[in-house]
Write a protein that binds this ligand. Sequence first.
Ligand code: SF4
Length: 466
Amino acid sequence: MKEACGVVGIVAPGRGVAHLCYDSLYALQHRGQESAGMATFNNQQITVVKDNGLVSHVFADTTLRALAGSLVIGHTRYSTSGSANWTAAQPVFRSAGASGFAIAHNGNLTNTSELADKAGIQVTSMLSDSDLVAELLAREVENGHTLAQALSIVLSIAEGAFSMVILEANAIHAVRDPYGFRPLCLGRLGAEDAPEGWVVASESPALDVIGASFVREIQPGEMLTITNEGVTSTQLLEPAGEKQKLCIFEFVYFARPDTYLMGHQVHTTRRRMGELLAGQSHVEADIVMGVPDSGVPAAEGYAKASGIPFGYGLVKNRYIGRTFIAPDQNKRAASVRRKLNPLRENIEGQRLIVVDDSIVRGTTTQALVKMLRDAGAKEVHLRISSPPFMWPCYFGIDTPTRDDLLAANNSIPEMNAFIGSDTLEFITLANLRSAIQLDGECCDACLTGNYPAPTPVALGASGGRW
Ligand code: SF4
């Protein structure tokens, strides 16, 4: 699975907003490593700088110094729709209106064909859903609507997941879809009674890194408009239900451990997943180890609850991004060896409990188990801190079709045999929900098949991807 983008928006008069945005984007690098970009407003014009690569590759200090002004939006990208080349990097700019506007989007629209057909726009593989939204907004602005009115018109007919920041002359808008699939929070620079600026970002560490205080999450369907004068809130779109549907995998895997989502620190929820997983069954073992990074807190929780010592068994190469591209199954297995290396002296002759966050295709897990056995593990008992992943995601996460999802086509004993582990167990959905301590407020469609929003394809037995 791959994440799908991080977004930032900052309004801070008198501060170097591009440098602040750089730091915030750096804190969101895990959400996308294909490209990075920023757009600033200054001297009555919007300037966009974006390129393929990591945040640190795209922006030099000289580039940031040239991006003056008091408003900025930023983006880190992993593609779920459209091409992965430069043209799909964000923010996306359109010149409609007095100074134009720029959009940075985290999510995935599920009715792009319908939206494009209605507007007479030809969908090509080069067109991302963010480009399509920009095009539709530009048409409404050219028809005489303000950008805020255009957002209301266009987003009210858009389906799927979107947490967006949009920059125009002297204002930033931040909008979240009616389900709240992807996170988006508001922070404040300076003291509560004397704010020096405002920040919106996908995850709270992007606020921490620039010294901003967390204020609150943006609600499903809400739009914040931020100017030099302050923040105003509008309920742009009706919430889709009484409870929001934040992606459950933000807790399991995507979000940083130090992120707070709906009042819960992600690291703590991952520890609880491990504790509850340990309570599901008992197996004799010598050491509990986690697969870095997100499996480690769950392994700590497992060790605490089971009384089996926690230890380190795998060293991660920090310089390989989460989006390391492995074009076929053999190379996928090789990519595990590039990313993880066993600590032989901790593993040799040991009965291991190995805690990982998920199994998607199963090929990387299979390679991991083989690597541990080659390093001398006596037994490998796999424990997974999410239930079997059985359905594709259409809401901003890149997943294979159902045909390629191991759990969709195999029983747990068959998965265990394929992977080569001694035993395999998944956390139950009830325990996962209990670990997160949110009652019905998360999307779990890839685990249950209960999609809270319309999907772009009819989901028959084989599922599919558009
Ligand atoms: S389908 Fe799964 S990955 Fe996609 S938003 Fe829902 S919980 Fe998250």
